[in-house]
Design a protein around this ligand. Structure first.
Ligand SMILES: Cc1cc2nc3c(=O)[nH]c(=O)nc-3n(C[C@H](O)[C@H](O)[C@H](O)COP(=O)(O)OP(=O)(O)OC[C@H]3O[C@@H](n4cnc5c(N)ncnc54)[C@H](O)[C@@H]3O)c2cc1C
Length: 496
């Protein structure tokens, strides 16, 4: 590959990058995308997702603008609604009200129109029956504000986005990693990239950084998230090593957001160091609200039913990482086995099954058996069996008198067969990143936009602190990607 010149250069080829590239192209600019990965591993974390997308909708009339529904589905399925106020409440509550108000307004206010725009580009969506709906009295009922997912999950999303890019005349250069920004007189004029061991110079009138956080960089994880984070597994791509953040900081960009925080979940104990596209996100184990979790000491350590899984899963990875030897076992009895999510039915997982609780105790590798049996006995005595169990609402069926309570969905663990699944911490993405303006421009440490530099996706800081409402990563990537692409295109047009 030789040096080349383009109007807008987008660094990355995931969801945020694709949306930025398509939006910039709409303004008439010539656009190219750089992808550090080879084609087979293209699309970053976006490819690894199941495609859940958190968008404002007011019922079926809105949903049919995003996906097709049969008359039976329109009549028989309870999709509910998800208002902007509910979205704002969720973002506020899970981030301890630290989320950047202006960015959050942009995310929420533009979520629906951005997804409609994606559809117009050829991206397809579908209802998320498998993960976000329970059958109650024979009727599907959606819960947790999530009724939309990308058709074909993450791989389907990236495939259709890349097809749209190619159709719009946007080349994607694989195995081409940006390593630094070219800056002249305070203005960004392109990047230096590495392609098959050779440095090349790509000139651009504007650069959009959309190349992910620093989750796949063990050194940065330890430096910013803290001790033991080098031991966490990474759920997605091995290519998000913080390069975009570092190259922007090197020219004076402002760090922003929760640099010591990240999205991390319970993830199969024996999953590989980075994600595996054959398994996708199925190494996650997110039915803990229906059971209990115990650590190596045989003790429970967290309220498994504090809230719907959408609002707890992203912070419980860190809680598991903090346990002795960084693991936990999830325990279920036969009363809830048919309600476990799809990811509990894959082949590659660390699972044991037993006909008695004593036999189960002998199979929980690394766990203090005596204390485990004591924990189960105390647990069974504490469950509020007088309150009805209903997994589709926060049922208030908790525990009485335990040092670590459970608030909802508590069931006794006394009916064979018993199953247990071993999990450790799987890091999804990091929350700290760059500060952007409401036009998607990267700010410098004085709070001024850096001319010619835009950013979108995971490497933008300020949206998520401590926790994250499920399905927001793809939508924030899309909204901020479109924002940055529009901004970059208009900036270039203003220079011509
Ligand atoms: C297993 C898993 C499941 C998930 N499930 C969901 C879900 O269902 N819903 C949801 O909303 N979110 C989900 N997420 C989070 C979501 O994936 C991210 O928030 C979102 O995809 C980030 O998009 P992005 O475009 O910013 O980054 P990415 O999609 O990671 O794209 C970054 C791109 O930059 C490239 N790159 C990196 N460095 C360079 C460089 N130096 N030069 C050139 N290219 C570079 C990468 O190869 C990649 O193409 C999940 C994440 C994982 C890992």
């Amino acid at each position: 590959m030789d040096d080349f010149q383009v109007d807008v250069l987008v660094v990355g080829a995931g969801n945020a990058a694709a949306c930025a590239a398509l939006a910039a192209r709409e303004t008439g600019a010539s656009v190219a995308m750089l992808e550090a990965a080879p084609e087979a591993e293209r699309g970053g974390n976006s490819t690894y997702t199941a495609g859940a997308m958190r968008v404002v909708f007011h019922g079926v009339d809105d949903l049919v603008q995003l996906y097709d529904l049969t008359e039976d589905e329109k009549r028989d399925v309870d999709f509910g609604s998800y208002t902007a106020d509910e979205y704002l409440d969720d973002m506020g509550r899970v981030t301890n009200y630290r989320c950047d108000p202006e960015l959050t307004d942009i995310l929420i206010g533009r979520s629906f129109e951005t997804m409609k725009w994606m559809r117009s580009k050829g991206v397809r969506f579908q209802p998320s029956y498998g993960r976000q709906a329970f059958k109650v009295n024979g009727k599907y009922k959606f819960w947790g504000g999530l009724a939309v997912e990308a058709w074909g999950g993450g791989p389907g999303l990236v495939d259709l986005e890349h097809k749209a890019a190619i159709k719009a005349g946007i080349p994607i250069h694989y195995e081409t990693a940006a390593v630094s920004l070219i800056e002249e007189d305070g203005v960004v004029r392109g990047v230096i990239a590495r392609h098959k061991g050779r440095k090349i110079r790509i000139g651009a009138k504007a650069v959009v950084l959309a190349c992910g956080g620093f989750e796949s960089n063990a050194e940065m994880r330890t430096r910013y998230l803290g001790p033991t984070w080098d031991l966490a597994k990474v759920r997605g791509t091995r290519f998000n090593t913080g390069a975009g953040i570092n190259m922007a900081l090197a020219i004076g960009a402002k760090p922003h957001g929760n640099w010591s925080g990240g999205h991390a979940v319970g993830w199969d104990m024996n999953a590989p160091e980075f994600g595996d596209l054959d398994v996708g996100d199925n190494f996650q184990k997110h039915s803990y609200p229906l059971g209990i979790m115990v650590n190596a000491n045989g003790l429970r350590f967290v309220d498994e039913g504090a809230d719907f899984r959408n609002y707890t899963y992203a912070k419980y990875g860190a809680v598991i990482l903090a346990q002795p030897q960084q693991f936990a076992w999830q325990i279920f009895d036969s009363k809830v086995l048919d309600k476990l999510r799809d990811e509990y039915r894959i082949k590659r997982m660390t699972k044991v099954r037993a006909d008695t609780i004593e036999e189960l105790a002998t199979k929980l590798e690394g766990v203090n058996q005596e204390q485990f049996l004591k924990t189960i006995k105390e647990w069974n005595a504490a469950v509020m069996t007088d309150v009805p169990f209903n997994p589709a609402v926060k049922d208030g069926r908790g525990t009485r008198g335990l040092a670590v309570p459970k608030s909802n969905w508590a069931n006794t663990i006394d009916q064979a067969p018993f199953e247990a699944y071993a999990v450790t911490c799987g890091l999804t993405f990091t929350f700290g990143g760059l500060k952007i303006t409401n036009e998607g421009e990267v700010e410098n440490t004085d709070g001024q936009p850096i001319p010619g530099l835009f950013a979108a996706g995971e490497l933008v800081g300020g949206l998520f602190y401590h926790n994250y409402p499920g399905g927001t990563g793809l939508v924030s990537g899309a909204v901020l990607g479109k924002l940055a692409g529009d901004g970059a295109g208009k900036y270039v047009a203003g220079k011509n």
